[in-house]
Design a protein around this ligand. Sequence first.
Ligand code: AMP
Length: 280
Amino acid sequence: MIPVVKTIDEVRKHVKAWRRDGLSIGLVPTMGFLHEGHKSLIDRAVRENDRVVVSDFVNPTQFGPNEDLEAYPRDLDRDAALCDEAGASLIFNPEPEEMYHAPLTTVSVDKITKVLCGKSRPVHFAGVCTVVSKLFNIVTPDRAYFGQKDAQQLCVVRKMVKDLDFDIEIVGCPIVREADGLAKSSRNTYLSPEERKAALCLSRALGKGRKMIDEGERSAAAVKAAIRAEIEREPLARIDYVEAVNMDSFEDAEEAAAPLLAAVAVYIGKTRLIDNFIIE
Ligand code: AMP
């Protein structure tokens, strides 16, 4: 069975031994409660690296005061079985006290973290960038794997890696969905059966927007309006944002053309879900 380690020192011991043997290392950062979306990242990491570390850590610093830190689902045994079966080499599952000793240092990326999810979650991306930087320093991977499900996070991490000269290749992986279109997420477990049905409005609305662009629509405003209208037809849905931005600058897109990120965040009941599509 795959080793589950709790301390930074133990991770470093494994990494040192692998490096002595000239092995390459992939890192898949997660908050656990793993599903097929995470597994797609782990599978790719296993294909592309000799050893794969999966971090399984519900990082408190990326949650705001009124968010779901306490409620966030956890199941380390199931996660370990999934990682083992996928061929990962090590799970890093620290307690918050192992990661944070009254820190005075944070890593934050400006501008592109102020919009979309950063608007309603002001501390989120500094928490993400800080913990990802720490994981990069602990694991020193050759490659790190992130899902397009969190497209803004992927862009922010890429920018951080470029700005701070981390010698790590960032690999973006496509969104894995349920058969009916709902993007897989650990947070889907919060949904009641009725909300689970309502949650389909995200992928349905984005699908409509994408189809409009495929059929020649050039106005980003028109695409956004159509996405918003489709979500608003669902009584259980409350929109946090519907945006279409240039994927490099994160400024509002006028033209619905590459490089475009169309992204939504929607509350279904109390559960905040996100989804997106990209035109590259
Ligand atoms: P999380 O545990 O939610 O922090 O996610 C860990 C990593 O898995 C992030 O890079 C996510 O973007 C990625 N991920 C989560 N859900 C999916 C999905 N449905 N498809 C692809 N990647 C995903």
